[in-house]
Design a binder for this molecule. Sequence first.
Ligand SMILES: Cc1cc2nc3c(=O)[nH]c(=O)nc-3n(C[C@H](O)[C@H](O)[C@H](O)COP(=O)(O)OP(=O)(O)OC[C@H]3O[C@@H](n4cnc5c(N)ncnc54)[C@H](O)[C@@H]3O)c2cc1C
Length: 401
Amino acid sequence: MDFAISEKMQVIIDMMREFVEKELIPMEPDFLTRPFSELLPELEEKRRMVRKMELWAPPHPREYGGMGLDVVEFGLASEVLGRCPLAHYVFGCQFPDAGNNEILHKYGSQEQKELYLRPVVEGKIRGCFSMTEVDTPGSNPVMLTTTAVKDGTDYVINGQKWYTTSADGAGFAIVMAVTNPEADPHYRASMIIVPTDTPGFNLVRNIPVMGHAGSDWASHAEILYQSCRVPQTNLLGPEGHGFVIAQQRLGPGRIHHCMRWIAICNRAFDLMCSRALTRPIGPDETLSNKQIVQSWIADSAAGIQAARLMVLHAAWKMQNLGVKEAREEISLIKFFVANVLQQVLDRALQVHGGLGMTDDTILAYFFRHERAARILDGADEVHQMSVARRILREYQGKRVS
Ligand SMILES: Cc1cc2nc3c(=O)[nH]c(=O)nc-3n(C[C@H](O)[C@H](O)[C@H](O)COP(=O)(O)OP(=O)(O)OC[C@H]3O[C@@H](n4cnc5c(N)ncnc54)[C@H](O)[C@@H]3O)c2cc1C
């Protein structure tokens, strides 16, 4: 394994870091106090600057106007972009479009690529991914109840979804619905593209998450599909292959989420160290003199370092041996990094005292929104269980002395 950063990547990372520090972090006070939709004109201007620097759409295919970075390279880019919650959006590689684009590129028909992939990579429209339901467990998606029934040349979709991130203002949703109810559980569902102006696509509300409903890209919606009719040509990939495709989407996606979380850890760590050194706590001492704070700093440094190396190793394995071979590593990083993130954020917030609870720093925002890390992309417990089962299988019938 070689995790050395190429000269080309180092230049890209340095440019990204400078842009994030100079152009985006100063926008955070506005981001924290105003609706996201009000920031769109300014964000569009920043996007123009990013395009001019030729740093637009880092993970997306070159033939559609992206930079074509591979899994490891985009992971390294995410480690910089994740420092600010606006950066992935401004660089044209925001969730959930990054994942959607991967599957549109791999499974989309030529027509679907022109209608959805190209305009998303160009930044003209956004998409969303609509799988989780209100009444069935996201952790066991084979229990999905949303249906897509064939009628003439159409599918008619009925069901109630929520946590469809960024549905507000999106041009289309990729919907997971049961098309083959009699099939083996993992071959019952399909992915179907639904333009959001289709009658029967009803955005009920943006769900308040930790007290904030958000708007536009920065939101999570509840959606009611009511006799929502789309042509069968909107099927993405083969019928009944929804879960197979979802696995493809989640592999590289988890690497990028984890590297984004490491970026957040690093930002929180910087704030924690800086606050510890400058906050007086007695006549001749600052918080940094306290042993418990030193212990938090050392433990955080170790956790971040371990998490980073684990993610790079998983990315390297996925890139060289494929998603299937890297399954265990991908599960390990999902819950390990999510927990490091939570610990580091908690310590940084604690060091800031009352200030940490306000929106005068970015910490409270990260604390609210990144709590979800342990739930989304497969709840931690699901990954822990599947890793443990796989490990135990290897010990079955084995004599250990
Ligand atoms: C901020 C955010 C954004 C999201 N964005 C999207 C999106 O864009 N599109 C989308 O489709 N979904 C999205 N989701 C939904 C997410 O994928 C689900 O919340 C997740 O899969 C968990 O499903 P659930 O909420 O139904 O929890 P459940 O499946 O009901 O699980 C509840 C809890 O039970 C525990 N648990 C579950 N299974 C086991 C087990 N086998 N053993 C032990 N404990 C277990 C876990 O602690 C879990 O948190 C998002 C969620 C959040 C919070």
